[in-house]
Design a protein around this ligand. Structure first.
Ligand SMILES: [Zn+2]
Length: 399
């Protein structure tokens, strides 16, 4: 199957890519970041401000976002769109459901869209449209755009963006409908919290969420640290002979995934064995998604995977091939071609949320007459994920 879809971004968008430590903002224009480079600011998190109340930190972030919008609009007052990529599941009302990477569980169910919209209350800001999406949804938009732009024939309909960083997440994108697959709540892809089948001799391991033997227990950045620390305790002689021992001065508590990556790239057998085991857990889950949903392309991204780049990809391909009996429809060659590295650089999130906001705004413009003709109680009048529909809301409120 060959799909050809021209991309048509609609106007400039002030874009935000919120991370656990920093957030960046810029102006997205014509499919890229135009003019000035992105501006980086500190994210007010519980990790950087452990004594501060979470509500205060949340208000600080909202205030920083509004100030940045005003900064960009001072240069170009005609910009009406704002897109915010946020590192948490975000529902259809723009509520961040889990915020553990920024505010732990004290910040859950944060109505980010509503709060930003309320903050943008100065004269001239009434018609600003704000769109919020999960960061992987934004990244998936970027990858889809790059595929289209490359002009290469696209021989798959669905692809799955999988991130291996502190945690593990994924989002499936449909190239035909140009949408991320989400449930009615606007969420999906939490594969990091799916149980895996333990390999021979493997002992159970608790996940960040509290459950046992989730994919994230072993294969996330935090998981691989825990596995390496456990292996170092269990096999002190092997640890002593490893590069990791030298890198940590023999201190098990100092084992961090940056050092594990370094040791793997130095071809350290102790750390290589951990990587092989951990990609096998990821392969278990990917094979099941491939079979159940019909995915033939996995785009692997995230800090831990990208720090190892081809080494990580080779290990994952090797693990998928070990599980080739899980694949009913694919040949070995097709399995080899399934994963690829997604390395669009650090503007992928900003571009992705710009594409997302442009597309949702265009759709809103198309659908608004139809929405307004529906009764306000109709479920069909629900806006798509994370959208603010100021005119529709005003209409509903006056009924
Ligand atoms: Zn879990």
């Amino acid at each position: 199957m060959s799909i050809s879809m021209p991309m048509k971004p609609n106007g400039d968008v002030i874009v935000f890519d919120i991370g656990g430590t920093h957030f960046r903002h810029a102006v997205f224009t014509q499919g890229g970041i135009g003019g000035s480079p992105p501006i980086k600011e500190e994210t007010p998190s519980v990790f950087s401000h452990p004594k501060e109340d979470v509500k205060t930190l949340q208000q600080e972030l909202v205030g920083k976002i509004a100030n940045a919008v005003r900064f960009h609009r001072a240069k170009n007052p005609s910009i009406k769109l704002v897109g915010i990529s946020f590192p948490a599941p975000v529902n259809s009302k723009g509520v961040a459901l889990r915020t553990s990477g920024i505010w732990e569980d004290k910040g859950d169910n944060f109505p980010l869209l509503d709060r930003v919209k309320r903050q943008l209350c100065q004269p001239g800001e009434e018609d600003i449209s704000v769109f919020v999406a999960n960061d992987l949804t934004a990244a998936a938009e970027s990858y889809a755009y790059e595929y289209r732009k490359s002009g290469k024939p696209c021989n798959f309909r669905l692809f799955d963006v999988v991130t291996i960083s502190t945690g593990i997440g994924s989002k499936i994108y449909d190239m035909q409908t140009e949408e991320v697959l989400l449930n009615n709540e606007g969420t999906a892809g939490e594969i990091g919290h799916r149980p895996v089948t333990l390999q021979l001799g493997e002992e159970p391991l608790r996940c960040d969420c509290g459950a046992m033997n989730h994919l994230g227990s072993f294969a996330s950045g935090r998981g691989i640290e825990r596995v390496a620390q456990r292996e170092a305790q269990k096999f002190p002689e092997s640890f002593k002979e490893s590069s990791l021992f030298k890198l940590t001065a023999g201190q098990i508590a100092q084992i961090k995934n940056e050092l594990i990556s370094k040791a793997i790239l130095e071809k350290d057998p102790f750390c290589n064995a951990i990587l092989e085991k951990n990609t096998l857990y990821l392969a278990q889950v990917l094979a099941q998604i491939a079979n159940a949903v019909g995915i033939t392309k996995f785009i692997i991204t995230g800090g831990f995977a990208l720090s190892l780049a081809d080494r990580y990809l080779d290990s994952l391909i090797n693990s998928l091939l070990q599980l080739k009996d899980y694949f009913y429809m694919q040949s070995e060659e097709e399995i080899r071609r399934m994963p690829e590295l997604g390395n669009l650089g650090d503007t992928a999130g900003l571009c992705g949320i710009g594409l997302f906001a442009s597309k949702r705004y265009e759709r809103l413009q198309r659908e608004q007459p139809r929405i307004l003709s529906l009764p306000s109680s109709s479920s069909s009048s629900q806006p798509p994920q994370g959208e603010q529909v100021p005119h529709v809301r005003q209409m509903a409120a006056t009924k």
